[in-house]
Design a protein around this ligand. Structure first.
Ligand code: PEP
Length: 249
């Protein structure tokens, strides 16, 4: 059984006080049957973890360096994140690729560094997977996934989380269509099965991201290969976040 995983991606929103206040407000209200996480700015993570305590809330970094330590001014190491109580790190988000020139190779290095530091990568994949649309059938390619997972041993893969975020749905006004979410997540799973075998491919959690909100999350989560949601804008308000983590299929 794959436990549903609902993640807020706050991006560069909320300062330390706002982040801590949010965690205080929700930490007693988290459903026990799901994993809930918040990806916040690095400066907030340590204090958020202190407030979250032993609650079911995962504290997630939005990025980190592939380097272990040393002369890399301005970078944040996986080791420091682990020490701050961070359990997951999001890697390769569409905005990192688009705005900060991250590519499959650099993301792959970060995935390996995270695993070495004991942090679980949440690997974001995006529209490069959609090669073309012919007769209404979307065909996916797996170049991106294969490259970012290079060197990841089979025994580590089952913990890794993958997100499917079609670029046209992220931060846009396009409503996420649950069938497309399922199609993308299924295609990723089939690719994982091809690469790592059926048992492991079936264990990996695959999330959908792109314009998820309180109205559409239930339908999206009802799809068999969608194991969670990565949510940007709609996760910024406490009420809306609580509604989404308590979605009804
Ligand atoms: C995101 O940035 O990962 C995202 C899914 O954003 P939004 O929910 O705002 O589309």
């Amino acid at each position: 059984m794959r436990k549903p995983f609902i993640i807020a991606n706050w991006k560069m929103n909320k300062n330390v006080h706002e982040s801590v206040a949010f965690v205080k407000a929700i930490k007693e209200k988290l459903p026990a049957n799901k994993e809930i996480g918040i990806a916040a700015q690095a400066v907030s993570l340590y204090n958020m973890k202190k407030v979250a305590g032993s609650s079911n809330l995962q504290i997630i970094a939005q990025n980190a360096s592939a380097e272990l330590e040393g002369p890399y001014t301005g970078e944040i190491s996986m080791r420091s994140l682990a020490d701050a109580g961070v359990t997951y790190v999001m890697l390769g988000h569409l905005e990192r690729r688009r705005l900060f020139n991250e590519n499959n190779d650099s993301i792959n290095q970060k995935v390996l560094a995270a695993l070495n530091a004991g942090i679980i990568p949440i690997i974001c994949t995006d529209e490069e997977m959609v090669q073309t649309e012919v007769n209404g059938q979307i065909h996916y390619v797996f170049r991106q996934l294969k490259s970012v997972l290079k060197g990841v041993p089979a025994n580590k893969l089952s913990q890794i989380v993958i997100s499917y975020e079609p670029s046209w749905a992220v931060g846009s006004t396009h409503q996420a269509n649950p069938d497309i979410a399922e199609e993308g997540c299924l295609a990723i799973r089939q690719s994982l099965v091809e690469m790592y075998g059926n048992e492991i491919g079936e264990q990996v959690r695959i999330l959908y991201g792109g314009s998820v909100n309180p109205e559409n999350i239930g339908q999206i989560m009802s799809k068999p290969n969608v194991d969670g949601a990565l949510i940007g804008r709609a996760s910024l308000e406490i009420e809306s976040f609580l509604q989404m983590i308590n979605y009804i299929e």
